[in-house]
Design a protein around this ligand. Structure first.
Ligand SMILES: Nc1nc2c(c(=O)[nH]1)N(C=O)[C@@H](CNc1ccc(C(=O)N[C@@H](CCC(=O)O)C(=O)O)cc1)CN2
Ligand SMILES: Nc1nc2c(ncn2[C@@H]2O[C@H](COP(=O)(O)OP(=O)(O)OP(=O)(O)O)[C@@H](O)[C@H]2O)c(=O)[nH]1
Ligand SMILES: [Mg+2]
Length: 426
């Protein structure tokens, strides 16, 4: 196993830069550069020197013992002055050490996974946490990082293994008198798990929206002020505004944090019938993107937009109220914009409400598979003890598919606990 190293902090100039080293030889790095190995988990101030005795930097050094670190290996951190030259010099010293090499992207976390310190869902959650830009994304990632999905899967697994053990007992007694009918207990266990899995699956689309952001399309007739509204929301000139109808042709996207939710606003071409070939392409694109968005804000003045149907929750709002008075917004004065955002936020929060633990297509695919196996098991169970062996097989497959969510594919491990749990002395 190589000892790996990388800059853990963002590249470039900074207050402090962190270089992390992990692997069996990690402590050699600190001995080589700092002259001794400070006590693990205590920050120590050290002068880091080249083999020739030249001082590279005065740094804080932090050592972690094997089995008591993020990766599970020996880890050393050098907390340096955040200078490009200092970082380059320390990296250079590490590169020449035998048994050391630069880490691949994600390799520290990969070692944490391989050493059983994180499961696959936690690794994904960690990636989401690092990508999180809004409060809802951070909360969702932290919930998963705490291992909540793994715990849920473990509970399901235990129940299914319990159901399996009941079936196995009956199968093992096949030639003798079966003491009790296990069908009601098995039915209860499998039904509970199936319902739990289904509930988690229902939260997928909300969780995925929180993770990738909601899309909100601004639509309406030409010249109603869509681009002006987008620029107002973005706080910058993201789109061209002009008094000429038909200015916007491409879809302009602006990503924003709306009170903790990630939202991408789409400014679109004004909807109308047109002979202008390029504008027509823009109108077509606008219709398609608007139809696929999570929500549409219809801006209306006196003109009527053609060709797009409002869906439930869509917002219709009057524009240019500085000219026309009444309810609505003015993208020029800013009136009504906060109210519009609050309304939008309320709708998206409601749609986020049932977000659960299933945040990725990978989880979803494994769980749908597992849930189908459970459905098969229930259908077979209704046919009685003659097909208990087939019920058991479906349950085993369900357990295996659910375990995939955590990145565990070891079937032996599952079968072992099936057989250990229910010892019949046979
Ligand atoms: N400087 C620094 N800050 C950091 C990290 C890091 O690696 N270095 N982290 C990472 O990227 C996160 C913290 N995560 C960590 C997770 C586990 C252990 C660790 O040593 N675990 C041991 C001991 C646990 C204990 O004493 O309570 C263990 O789990 O056995 C350290 C950091 C965020 N901040
Ligand atoms: N007084 C006033 N003028 C506005 C307002 N919003 C937009 N306008 C003006 O209306 C004209 C059209 O604005 P745009 O934002 O380009 O309209 P659009 O809906 O994007 O138009 P297309 O891209 O052609 O579909 C410009 O002259 C804007 O300055 C508003 O709230 N008040
Ligand atoms: Mg426009």
């Amino acid at each position: 196993m190589d000892t790996i190293f990388a800059q853990a902090s963002a590249p470039g100039k900074a207050g402090v830069a962190v270089i992390r080293v992990s692997g069996p030889l990690a402590f050699q790095a600190v001995e080589h550069l700092a002259g001794d190995i400070p006590k693990p988990r205590y920050a120590a101030l050290r002068k880091l020197k080249t083999p020739g005795g030249e001082v590279i930097d005065e740094a804080l050094v932090l050592c972690f013992a094997e089995n008591a670190s993020f990766t599970g290996e020996r880890v050393v951190e050098f907390q340096l002055h955040g200078s490009i030259a200092v970082v380059a010099s320390v990296m250079g010293e590490l590169t020449v050490l035998k048994g050391f090499r630069p880490a691949e992207p994600g390799e520290f976390t990969r070692r944490a996974l391989e050493n059983g310190r994180l499961d696959l869902a936690q690794v994904e959650a960690l990636a989401d946490l690092i990508d999180a830009e809004t409060e809802a994304q951070r909360e969702q990632a932290m919930r998963l990082f705490s291992g909540a999905l793994g715990q849920a899967v473990a509970v399901w697994r235990d129940k299914l293994i319990h159901a399996l053990s009941l079936l196995e007992a009956t199968l093992d007694f096949a030639d003798e008198e079966v003491p009790v009918d296990v069908t009601p207990d098995v039915l209860g266990l499998v039904t509970t798990v199936k319902e739990d899995v289904e509930r988690e699956l229902r939260g997928y689309s909300a969780a995925e929206r929180i993770r990738s952001g909601f899309e909100v399309a601004i639509v309406g007739a030409p010249n109603v002020g869509k681009s002006t509204l987008l620029n107002r929301l973005a706080g910058r000139q993201a789109a061209i505004v002009s008094a000429v109808a038909g200015t916007t042709r491409d879809v302009i996207e602006v990503r924003m944090d709306i009170k903790g939710l990630a939202v991408t606003f789409l400014d679109t071409a004004g909807l109308r019938e047109t002979d202008d070939e390029i504008e027509a392409i823009g109108v077509d694109l606008a219709r398609r993107r608007a139809a696929n968005a999570d929500l549409r804000v219809f801006l209306v003045d006196d003109s009527v937009a053609t060709g797009i149907v409002a869906q439930p929750d869509d917002i219709v709002v009057r524009s240019k109220i500085d000219l026309r008075g009444g309810e609505g917004i003015s993208a020029v004065t800013g009136e009504g914009i906060d109210a519009l955002l609050s309304r939008l936020h309320g709708i998206l929060v409601r749609r986020s409400a049932n977000a659960g633990l299933v945040t990725r297509e990978r989880h979803r695919a494994a769980m749908i598979d597992g849930q189908q196996r459970l459905g098969n098991a229930l259908a077979l169970l209704a046919r009685g003890p003659d097909v208990y062996d087939q019920v058991a097989e479906e349950l085993r497959l369900a357990v295996r598919r659910l375990a995939h969510v955590m990145g565990k594919v070891d079937v032996e491990d599952i079968l072992d606990s099936v057989f250990n749990r229910f010892c019949l002395g046979k």
